[in-house]
Design a protein around this ligand. Structure first.
Ligand code: HSE
Length: 297
C-alpha cells in the first residue's frame, strides 16, 4: 500500500531534437513516497528540498495524479511525499520528474492498469502546468528510461532509441534560473526551409548513429542551428563551456532542455570525467555557483 520511488532527471532536446529527443540520468532524481488512503483524492503531505505548492491542483505531481484519477476512478485516494533533489528551473526536467513520479507510483499501487504511454500522457498534464504547454520530451525518458523520441504528442507515440554502450553524459548546472515558458517565448515562430533541412538531417543522422553505435556520427550530428542560437544568450559562458568540453574530448555539447544546464556527450567514462573537469574550470573562474553530474545513458 506504499511505494518509494526514484524519479530521474532528464535531458531534453539533445541539440537537434527540440521537443522530441530526451534521455534519462541515473545519478540524479527526486524521491517520492506514495501511499494508498481510504479517503479519495490526492493529498500532498510532505515536500522537502524546495518550496512548492501543497495544493494538488497547483503542484505538477498533483495535477498529473488527478489526471490519472479522473480516468481510473479508484475507490481509494493517495498521499504523496516529495523529496525534491532536482532544483526547479535547472533544465534537467525537475517538473517532469515530479509529474512522472506520482503517476508511475500510483499506477503501480493500482496494479499497473496503464501502460507507459498512458502514464506519460497523464504526466504531460502536470508538465503543462509548469511550462505552459504539453510536451513530452522530458516525461518520456523519465517513464521509459534511456533515450527516447516523441514521434507525436496527439496521439502520444514514444519510441525507445538504443544507446551505444560507452555513451556518457556530463551535465553542468550553473545556478541561474531560466523559466521554460520564457525560454520558449524567445524562439522564432517560423524558420527558413534551408535551416529546417539541416536540422532534420542532423536529427535523422543522430538517431541512426545511436542505432549503429557510430560515435563519430553522433559527434557530427549534435548540432542545433535553430534553438541554441537564441537560448544560448540566456546562459553566461555557454560558448566557452561548449568549446572547452569539445576540446576536452566531448563528442558534442548543447543546452539541456531550456537551460541553464549544459550537457555534453562523451565516449567512455574517462572522457566524460575530463569534460566535467573542463566545464568546472570555466565556472570556477566566475562568481556563478554550479553543480555537476555524470551519468551513463
Ligand atoms: N523541449 C522543451 C523546451 C524542454 O526546450 O522548451 C524543456 O521543458
Amino acid at each position: 500500500n506504499e511505494i518509494k520511488i526514484f524519479s530521474p532527471a532528464t535531458v531534453a532536446n539533445v541539440s537537434c531534437g527540440f521537443d522530441v529527443l530526451g534521455f534519462c540520468l541515473d545519478t540524479i532524481g527526486d524521491e517520492m513516497v506514495v501511499r494508498k488512503t481510504k479517503d479519495k483524492g490526492i493529498r500532498i503531505t510532505k515536500i522537502e528540498g524546495y518550496d512548492l505548492p501543497f495544493e494538488a491542483h497547483k503542484n505538477v505531481a498533483g495535477v498529473s495524479a488527478l489526471a490519472l484519477m479522473e480516468v481510473a476512478q479508484p475507490h481509494c485516494g493517495f498521499e504523496i511525499e516529495i523529496y525534491k533533489k532536482i532544483k526547479p528551473g535547472s533544465g534537467i526536467g525537475s517538473s517532469s520528474a515530479s509529474a512522472a513520479g506520482s503517476v508511475w507510483a500510483i499506477n503501480q499501487l493500482l496494479g499497473s492498469p496503464f501502460n507507459k504511454t498512458q502514464i506519460t500522457n497523464f504526466a504531460m498534464k502536470g508538465e503543462a502546468l509548469a511550462s505552459g504547454c504539453e510536451h513530452a520530451d522530458n516525461i518520456a525518458p523519465a517513464i521509459f528510461g534511456g533515450f527516447t523520441l516523441v514521434k507525436s504528442c496527439t496521439p502520444l507515440q514514444v519510441l525507445a532509441i538504443p544507446s551505444p554502450s560507452k555513451l556518457y553524459a556530463t551535465i553542468i548546472h550553473p545556478e541561474i534560473e531560466i523559466k521554460t515558458a520564457e525560454a520558449r517565448a524567445i524562439l522564432p515562430k517560423q524558420i527558413a526551409l534551408k535551416k529546417a533541412i539541416t536540422q532534420w538531417a542532423n536529427l535523422g543522422s543522430l538517431v541512426h548513429a545511436m542505432h549503429t553505435s557510430d560515435y563519430e556520427l553522433i559527434s557530427d550530428s549534435l548540432n542545433d542551428i535553430i534553438v541554441e542560437p537564441f537560448r544560448s544568450q540566456l546562459i553566461p559562458y555557454f560558448d566557452v563551456v561548449k568549446t572547452e568540453s569539445i576540446k576536452a574530448g566531448a563528442l558534442g555539447a548543447g543546452i539541456s532542455g531550456s537551460g541553464p544546464s549544459i550537457f555534453a556527450l562523451s565516449k567512455g567514462k574517462a572522457a566524460a570525467e575530463a569534460v566535467a573537469h573542463a566545464m568546472k574550470k570555466v565556472y570556477s573562474k566566475t562568481d556563478i555557483n554550479f553543480d555537476i553530474h555524470l551519468s551513463k545513458i
